[in-house]
Design a binder for this molecule. Structure first.
Ligand SMILES: NC(=O)c1ccc[n+]([C@@H]2O[C@H](COP(=O)([O-])OP(=O)(O)OC[C@H]3O[C@@H](n4cnc5c(N)ncnc54)[C@H](OP(=O)(O)O)[C@@H]3O)[C@@H](O)[C@H]2O)c1
Length: 314
């Protein structure tokens, strides 16, 4: 790829949803950098996906401190792409990162302490070569740290200017309610909740998280909306060598039971009857749920991204 100049038509097709009751609009399709952007991946392919995403109006990129592998390297990839291509467009981008899972050895590189969150965000900013992130998340609920400590760290991070907004991911219902109240009282309203919601995994609906977010004016973004690729045509006829399931770590081959395949084939047929692909209809299903702001897809190629973007067509 030569010198990058963003497409003039980048805002022609994408649609944007208001994130809860905030001033922020997020694209209906956002891009996650959990896989395919690490130090082990082909940098030019990662770069092409990021630039193509931006050309398609995907303004929201989602990271975490430990995305890679190795840990931290997805943030480094973004930092390099910022310097090489995207820096002129910084104000058109909404970049998030997180801390909450294991990142560095010892007692201060995991969970939800003030010590960990503050130090981790400083590291993330250095790796991404950014002055601030748009959104910083507590990546998971920590049952052993007082919620006030984690939440006050989020408040202070916003006050320091290192993040503009804060979010939480994978927090249970009652803790989420507490977070919403605490942050509201401290004038840093919770912008967004990140949870796994897809046609297989409906827990945020069943548990009441989505409804709570909707009522409280908090946005909701669905991670792994394609169930890591299961809700596409990727595995309908076997396990391709270059697929996430073939690599095995996060998507196990023994998940692909006859029963699951039968369900996937049925959904695939239903989608095709409506003139859609399975991936498109899986993403549409999420976007149709009341309270959902965006789907946070992953992609190992620009072609996959293009296929997934068809979900925003009328
Ligand atoms: N908060 C959390 O705890 C948490 C947890 C997980 C994820 N996340 C966020 O959510 C983002 C997305 O997660 P995810 O990568 O699991 O999302 P996903 O969209 O469910 O799965 C993405 C994978 O599915 C395959 N795929 C995508 N589109 C396809 C298509 N059209 N046809 C065939 N295969 C397709 C690709 O895998 P192949 O490699 O097989 O091509 C791709 O890497 C992450 O990057 C991260 O930002 C957050």
């Amino acid at each position: 790829m030569k010198d990058y100049l963003a497409s003039d038509s980048r805002y022609d097709v994408m649609q944007y949803n208001r994130c809860g009751r905030s001033g922020v609009l997020l694209p209906k399709v956002s891009l996650g950098m959990w896989h395919n952007f690490g130090g082990v991946d082909d940098y030019q392919r990662s770069r092409a996906i990021l630039c193509h995403a931006f050309d398609c109006g995907i303004t929201h990129l989602d990271l975490a401190n430990n995305y890679g592998p190795p840990y931290g390297s997805a943030e480094e990839t973004l930092g390099r792409v910022m310097d090489e291509d995207l820096r002129p467009y910084r104000d058109e981008l909404f970049i998030s990162t997180k801390a909450g899972y294991d990142m560095w050895p010892g007692p201060y590189g995991n969970w939800g302490s003030r010590k960990y969150l503050m130090a981790s965000l400083d590291q993330s900013l250095r790796r991404m070569r950014l002055d601030y992130v748009d959104l910083f998340y507590s990546h998971r609920y920590d049952p052993n740290t007082p919620l006030e400590e984690t939440l006050q760290a989020l408040v202070d991070i916003v006050r320091s200017g290192k993040a503009l907004y804060v979010g939480i991911s994978r927090w249970p219902l009652e803790a989420t309610r507490f977070a919403i109240d605490y942050l509201k009282q401290h004038d840093v309203p919770l912008l967004i909740y990140q949870g796994r919601l897809n046609m297989f995994d409906r827990e945020p609906i069943n548990e009441g998280i989505l409804d709570l977010c909707h009522k409280e004016g908090v946005g909701f973004i669905s991670f792994s909306p394609l169930a890591q690729g299961l809700l596409t045509d990727r595995y309908l006829n076997g396990i391709p060598n270059d697929s996430r399931m073939a690599r095995g770590k996060f998507l196990r081959q023994d998940m692909l039971s006859d029963e699951l395949l039968q369900q996937l084939r049925q959904w695939n047929q239903e989608a095709q009857a409506k003139g859609h692909t399975l991936a498109e209809s899986a993403l549409r299903w999420i976007l149709d749920q009341q309270g959902v702001t965006s789907v946070l897809v992953g992609a190992s190629s620009t072609e996959q991204l293009d296929k997934n973007l068809k979900c925003i067509n009328p």
